[in-house]
Design a protein around this ligand. Structure first.
Ligand SMILES: Nc1nc2c(c(=O)[nH]1)N[C@H]1C(S)=C(S)[C@@H](COP(=O)(O)O)O[C@H]1N2
Ligand SMILES: [Mo]
Length: 318
């Protein structure tokens, strides 16, 4: 029997049945099953999402991240998702979003820029080299995964639209379509999902717009056709289903800041020393593992990003 620490059953806002999830991944009791779940895997369980583009199995250029930790499996990454537009139940997102149409799709980029432009998603895929980036994703709820994304640095797109000098922040907006996104019929949140970055964070090379993972186009559950990935911040910053990107002067107010300002700040940098008001952030559970591991400052990317926050009080700017 697996003991579930309270910090893990206290998700962004709802209860999660952790054991049911572990069971669905086949990691409940035996050591062998645990090993299988931890090993980098390109196999999928019978009810996994179908592959979307070429019928080839998911593939990645490496089995581990740069710290030597194994990639999460394609099945884990595509069947355990936070995506409140579809469901607050992580295990229901995949099936509820399976048929969500992500083509045609355009992304409108504007605000304080010299060259506002609306991009077709197919153009974004071809305009910029799609690179693989193996990143850790650390959810504020205390779980994490290692994911081989495909995408391009957000900086490449911003260079095309040319931010004006007055632009200080980037504001991202996800699709608003309650007819197709059942979770948006809930009045608990102020839809659409909105997120933001400081311009220097947005221009940082680690910050990407992802179009795929494991060598495949993104599935709806992971934010197809375009989602942000900012690996040193809590997962909620990595907004899915982006339709609008604006350069702005004022710090954007995100959906989570509106929902619970004392719990979710603008910066949301992964920081083991700054607890969430309802739980510690000092450890996390890697999906596929049973124990907890220490959470790393800036999710292990301190060398690359700590300079962005020099002189800032990270307890205040949480
Ligand atoms: N539009 C939108 N983006 C979102 C969310 C969401 O509910 N809606 N959830 C966020 C949270 S809390 C996390 S942890 C990550 C999860 O990404 P994944 O399902 O691809 O692992 O997506 C983030 N992006
Ligand atoms: Mo999250």
């Amino acid at each position: 029997m697996i003991k579930i620490p309270p910090s893990e059953i206290t998700p962004e806002h709802v209860y999660l049945n952790r054991r049911a999830f572990l069971k669905s991944l086949g990691v409940v009791s035996t050591g062998a099953a645990l090993l299988a779940a931890c090993a980098p895997s390109t196999t999928s369980a019978p009810d996994a999402q179908p592959f979307v583009d070429d019928g080839l199995p998911p593939s990645a250029s490496a089995d581990t991240d740069e710290l030597g930790d194994p990639l999460n499996s394609f099945f884990e990454i595509t069947n355990f998702n936070n995506y409140y537009e579809f469901s607050i139940d992580k295990q229901k997102v995949a099936s509820l979003s399976r048929d969500f149409a992500t083509s045609p799709w355009t992304v409108q980029v504007g605000g304080l820029v010299n060259n506002p432009k609306t991009f077709d998603i197919d153009d974004l895929r071809t305009m910029f080299d799609q690179e693989e980036r193996i990143y850790r994703l650390r959810c504020v709820e205390g779980w994490s995964m290692v994911i081989p994304w495909l995408g391009f640095p957000l900086a490449r797109l911003l260079e095309v639209v040319q931010p004006k000098a007055a632009a200080k922040y980037v504001r991202f907006e996800a699709l608003l379509d309650p007819a197709r996104m059942p979770g948006q019929r809930s009045r608990w949140y102020d839809w659409p999902y909105v997120e933001g970055l400081r311009l220097d964070e947005a221009m940082h090379d680690l910050t990407i717009l992802a179009t795929g993972l494991y060598g495949k186009n993104l599935l709806p559950a992971n934010g197809a056709p375009l989602r942000l990935v900012v690996p040193w911040k809590y997962g909620f910053k990595s907004i899915k289903a982006i339709v609008k990107i604006d350069l702005v002067e004022e710090q954007p107010v995100s959906l989570w800041m509106k929902a619970a300002p004392n719990e979710y700040g603008f910066y949301a940098n992964v920081n083991p020393e700054v607890p969430h008001p309802r739980w510690s952030q000092s450890t996390e559970r890697r999906i596929g593992e049973l124990g907890r591991r220490p959470t790393l400052m800036f999710n292990g990317y301190a060398e690359e990003v700590a300079h962005l926050y020099e002189g800032m009080d990270l307890q205040v700017n949480y």
